[in-house]
Design a protein around this ligand. Sequence first.
Ligand code: C2E
Ligand code: CA
Ligand code: CA
Ligand code: CA
Length: 275
Amino acid sequence: AKGEGKARFRIFEPALAERVEARRTLETDMRRALKAGEFELHYQPLVDAHSGRVTAAEALVRWRHPRRGLVSPADFIPLAEETGLIMPLGAWVLRTACTDATRWPNAIKVAVNLSPVQFRDDRLPEAVEDILRETGLPARRLELEITEGVMFDDEERTLMMLSRLKAAGVGLAMDDFGTGYSSLSYLRRFPFDKIKIDRSFVRQLPADAESAAIVRAIITMGSCLGMTTTVEGVETAEQYAFVASEQCSQVQGYHVSRPLPSKDFVAFLVGQKAA
Ligand code: C2E
Ligand code: CA
Ligand code: CA
Ligand code: CA
């Protein structure tokens, strides 16, 4: 038994050291990448559920790594949050998304994801207003997507910051709705305009009666609370038909379009106009 413990120690020690080392390398690499301009935004269209027209696009960050190719946010956002790199990265995302959106038709909004970590800085609402002023994007064309994670840190502070953003005229969407805790009380307390129904509820639509009931109930609740609803992760024509018939406001998902590089998103808009 003694020998076994020792063997286990030898197996785990290098693995841990390797992981720490890998994280340190990634962190250094990310700092370099920010300066080198290796991050880019892709835009996924959100369409009106009734007309099928594009009304907004969600900005989704990617890392065009010189060796690793296009890296997904799932592989670097968590570390960026742990190291604080999300602050400069998040500011870059916001500024770039607002700048890009000034080149789109006036009716099209841009949705930007904010990490709960960005709310730890009291100056966030001011920073958002500064970026709107600098880029000239009207506040009503910016929508901020926030997950429930943000409500855990300090409810009072978060509420104040969200209220200030709302007063500035920015739209607020609760992202990944239904995946966290206490969603219902948060919806009542916080000034959200929109609920984004997480794609985990959509995966088994329209066949699964329980998923259908949940999606239907969230849409009804949203509308009773004066909020619009976006259904995420709509991949098939059947799913699209179901959610559209349930009176949700907007649809987002591969069935409409994958996230597109900025140029391709503009082409998508032009193509839609011609159609
Ligand atoms: P999210 O905010 O829930 O974004 C939606 C994710 O679902 C995106 O993944 C999008 O590509 C994917 N998606 C869209 N439609 C479909 C579909 O029909 N089927 C499936 N299977 N997936 C679909 P992505 O771009 O990999 O982003 C993952 C997450 O990374 C985002 O989830 C968000 O939490 C985070 N993220 C992305 N960009 C940013 C950013 O600029 N800042 C912050 N803080 N987080 C970001
Ligand atoms: Ca989002
Ligand atoms: Ca989401
Ligand atoms: Ca998510």
